[in-house]
Ligand binder design. Structure first.
Ligand SMILES: [Zn+2]
Length: 78
């Protein structure tokens, strides 16, 4: 459920597209254009249940693909 205001700093939430960044199998996965409610003050992002489910589904796909490939994912050099 999306709160009316940020639960951390009580700032106003603004509907906008964000990038969701996660780690999967040693790789950084970026999902672009994820609709979210973002706090104007601290930048905390809130996702609707529908979006959370889409992200969960996407992450499952990524994990299945990386384990099915049978190789180590390429690591980023630092
Ligand atoms: Zn906030």
């Amino acid at each position: 459920m999306i709160p009316d205001r940020c639960t951390f700093c009580k700032g106003r939430l603004e509907e906008r597209k964000t990038e969701f960044i996660a780690w999967a199998g040693g790789e950084v996965v970026v999902i672009k254009d994820v609709p979210a409610y973002v706090c104007e003050q601290c930048g905390e992002a809130y996702y609707t249940p529908e979006i959370s489910q889409r992200i969960d589904g996407f992450m499952r796909d990524v994990h299945q693909k990386s384990s099915a490939s049978g190789r180590f994912p390429q690591a980023t050099c630092h």
